[in-house]
Write a protein that binds this ligand. Structure first.
Ligand code: NDP
Length: 333
């Protein structure tokens, strides 16, 4: 293991859009292990939209990231040194190691994922937190019945790609909303959406209307703003909106909802959720998602940046929509 640990710290809070200067790369000496501890070499770092929220000071469901501390982040890696019998050397573990090349843990919050017949990176994507988010929001809030129409925004991303495929596997008509023609083609060709609408196209509202001729029964909402507003106008009676994310507003841009009336007249259920409130369901969700992946019923894409130096740039790119599927950093260049 390298004798120096490179880490990205939060250097300053963003004013509006995140900039690379909000992060600082430092080198730290890895501490020796105490009894009960283990050292993990990070192989993949997950870059997720929630990190944008943690960089602000505003009140949220989780505390803000402190300035000068290692950026929070999900990781998968290998145990390279251990004084903890539950985590032997060579074991693959998923956890929240943060934006750094290695970390020391007492094992709490770490999950062993080796020997499950899947590449380790999927435990940060389709079979990990984003996949579980899709599973929870769709199953427990959306509750789609076969034959219903399910609209998924950010349809090709880490969460959306799983939500859309789970909706199709449930016998629904899954319709995606994504940024640009290439993502929409991928949504229909590879992910099995019945249709996909480009939210950047000037005729977005008309195209959405045409893509859901029977109206919308379930919205799996990742974006907010104009996308959610257009979706609300097409909802059927007793429709459900699983409010998963509002990425269109994460830089502080206002995202007003003007179509409030359908919530009343169509008797809609609109429910926000945070996946980490539902930890007791994670094992069940992971087992089901892993089963679908092994059987080839669920497919996934990854956008992989190389080397720890690339993390801030890749994070900014993901927030701009440059990722196809799960955005990762592979620590080995
Ligand atoms: P993605 O892999 O979907 O990447 C983010 C995507 O958001 C971009 O690729 C882009 O896709 C889209 N996007 C960004 N800005 C805008 C915008 N202004 N308008 C429309 N689309 C935009 O990320 P995740 O799958 O990891 O996360 C998706 C959502 O789920 C986020 O809102 C996130 O916060 C939320 N989330 C919520 C959780 C919970 O517990 N509630 C847990 C995990 C994630 P495109 O190019 O298609 O526009």
């Amino acid at each position: 293991m390298a004798s120096v640990n490179r880490q990205w710290l939060l250097a300053s809070r963003p004013q509006g859009k995140v900039e690379e200067s909000n992060f600082r790369l430092v080198e730290a000496d890895p501490p020796p292990l105490a009894e009960g501890q283990l050292r993990v070499r990070v192989d993949f770092l997950s870059l997720d939209p929630y990190m944008r929220g943690r960089m602000d000071e505003a009140r949220s469901y989780a505390p803000s990231q402190k300035i000068g501390e290692v950026m929070v982040g999900g990781t998968v890696g290998e145990v390279v040194e251990s004084r903890n019998p539950r985590f032997p050397v060579g074991e693959t573990v998923v956890g929240t190691g943060g934006w750094q090349e290695q970390f020391v843990s007492d094992g709490s919050g770490l999950l062993r994922v080796g020997g499950r017949g899947l590449p380790s990176s999927v435990w940060l994507g389709a079979a990990g937190m984003p996949g579980i988010t899709a599973w929870y929001g769709l199953r427990r809030i959306g509750r789609p019945a076969a034959g219903e129409t399910v609209l998924v925004s950010a349809a090709t991303g880490a969460v959306g790609s799983v939500a859309g495929q789970l909706a199709r596997l449930a016998g629904c008509q899954a319709v995606g909303v994504a940024g640009g023609g290439a993502k929409c083609e991928h949504a229909v060709r590879d992910l099995g959406y019945a249709a996909c609408v480009d939210h950047r196209a000037p005729n977005f509202r008309q195209a959405l209307r045409a893509a859901v001729p029977k109206g919308i029964d379930v919205v799996f909402e990742n974006v907010g703003g104009a996308v959610l507003d257009a979706a609300l106008a097409r909802m059927n009676d007793h429709g459900r909106v699983a409010l998963c994310g509002l990425i269109a507003g994460y830089d502080g841009v206002p995202i007003p909802i003007t179509n409030v009336r359908p919530i009343l007249v169509n008797r809609l259920l609109v429910q926000g959720f945070i996946v980490t409130d539902h930890m007791p369901l994670w094992e069940e969700a992971m087992a089901e998602l892993a089963g679908h992946l092994r059987a080839g019923r669920l497919v996934y894409r990854e956008t992989v940046a190389r080397g720890i130096e690339s993390a801030p740039g890749a994070f900014l790119g993901m927030l701009r929509g440059e990722n196809l599927g799960k955005q990762l950093v592979r620590m080995a260049p």
